[in-house]
Design a protein around this ligand. Sequence first.
Ligand SMILES: Nc1ncnc2c1ncn2[C@@H]1O[C@H](COP(=O)(O)OP(=O)(O)OP(=O)(O)O)[C@@H](O)[C@H]1O
Length: 306
Amino acid sequence: MTSIEVAALTKEYGSTRAVDHLTFTVAPGKVTGFLGPNGAGKSTTMRLVLGLDRPTSGTATVGGRTYASLSDPLREVGALLDAQNAHASRTGRNHLRALAVSNGLPVRRVDEVLEESGLASAAGRRIKTYSLGMRQRLGIAAALLGDPPVIMLDEPSNGLDPEGIIWIRELLRRLAREGRTVLVSSHLMNETAAFADHLVVLGRGRLLADTPMREFLDEHSHARVRVRSTEQTRLRQALVEQGYVAEFAEDGKLTVEDAKAEDIGALAAREGVAILELADEQASLEQAYLALTAQDTEFAAAPARP
Ligand SMILES: Nc1ncnc2c1ncn2[C@@H]1O[C@H](COP(=O)(O)OP(=O)(O)OP(=O)(O)O)[C@@H](O)[C@H]1O
């Protein structure tokens, strides 16, 4: 079982600290979602794990060894960093064949991964005719070529259509079930929640969260009720008196935090207020994530002037 270990990792580009004293471990048998806004340092961290860049300080290792010291790297770590860097005038199949041959991998793997990534029928076409989604699939096929126990994918859903997004989700789940170590970056919380067992969140190069997905969900998505009645102001008053936080939404409905529909319905009945609409709602996970990273977004839009 092979983990990815990042320890006190720091990378500076001139005066920019892209990765700031980062420590976390990516465990086998799980999909770990690597989240953070643009510029948070996700790609830099992955590049450092792959030895494509040298850390300013700290270490990034796979199974206790640096990538550069692995004797058979493609059999140990499969990675998708930039799907655009394949040789555009080659066919998809030839691109994978060249990779297999130069890395001493069995050529039969080429057809297996083409099949697995849904590219079999396009394998004879030149990569320059591929859509962005097909290039992503080709990049993922290349990452799987050596049948590695560790897989790192940087924004693999980029350019994929809804069918492709479901495919990647299922692929990631399967790779984790097979006991592999799977690290997948994204800047979308809801997308990540659909496949990740564990979350590592970065903001401006720093670690903001390293937590099981379940715990993040329990902690950050709370129950809330939306209610519309014949007497909204009176209902709100009654709710506030009972200790609820109840605010008017733009559509005139009341939003009651940390509440259940059945309790609010019962309270309205006691007050003699007629309910017109009543629904349980989960606060958006995306909002919790945005709140977590709000201070650390490099390219946040300036707030609108009133
Ligand atoms: N080669 C480089 N030279 C100078 N600065 C760099 C270099 N690579 C990354 N950076 C800077 O380091 C910071 C982290 O970038 P990085 O690409 O790792 O973030 P990211 O989380 O992957 O974001 P994105 O989702 O936009 O790819 C950014 O401020 C970026 O501008």
